[in-house]
Every structure is written in C-alpha cells, then in structure tokens.
Design a protein around this ligand. Sequence first.
Ligand SMILES: [Zn+2]
Length: 129
Amino acid sequence: MWKRKSGKTEQSRLELCDLCGATFAESEAVRAYVPDSSSVSCDNDWFDGLRLITACGDPHFAVVQDIYRHRPFTHEELWAAKIDRALTTGPPVLTFEELGCRTGLHEPEIRRAIAWHNEHLGPGGRREP
Ligand SMILES: [Zn+2]
C-alpha cells in the first residue's frame, strides 16, 4: 500500500499524526497551517508564526487545530524564536545591529524578546520545544 497505483517504484513519504502518533502515507495526511507564536520556519520566514499540523484524518485534525486555537499568540515568543534561529544558524551574530538585520526586528523588540525568553527558561536553562 506504500506504492502508488501506477506501479512506480517511488515510495510515498510517511507522516505521523500530531495527535495520536499514527503512521500513514503522506497522501492520506490532513494538513494545514495554524497560528503558533512558538514556530518559525527554517527555510522561509514568510511562514514564521505558523505551524504546519498533520493529522491522520479530519477528527484528529479538528482536535489539534482546537489546541492551537486556544494557545495564546505572543509576539515576544515569536521574536524570541526568530532570534534563536538567527543565533543557531548561519554566521555568528555579534551585535544588536546584526541581529536586527537577520531577524527584521528593531532593538526594543529584541530586548523584549530576550526578557520574555529569560522569564520562560525551564529549570535546566532550556525552554520546552
Ligand atoms: Zn491521529
């Protein structure tokens, strides 16, 4: 069932349901973007603040969508995620100006994001993913 009906040897990718963890072929997945201020895209910052959710079917999609609908959207959290991406990928960032260029944020936003990040550090010094 992992092969396409055309008989091509190409195998479809597998996906996991965000709710129940079931595995299924990519073609059966129910997917859409939902607002999530903790999510930034690694390859396109147009998608920052959006999370692609994947579910095994409409009922589980509705549950996951509902979870994100009730999650507060916090600008500081989104800015912190952009800063984290700038600090962990590409050439090292040394100054507020460089960080501003890489994230598109102004210095007051960067300072608010850093304050938010420090307030939300877990006991191990690391934020929950
Ligand atoms: Zn599911």
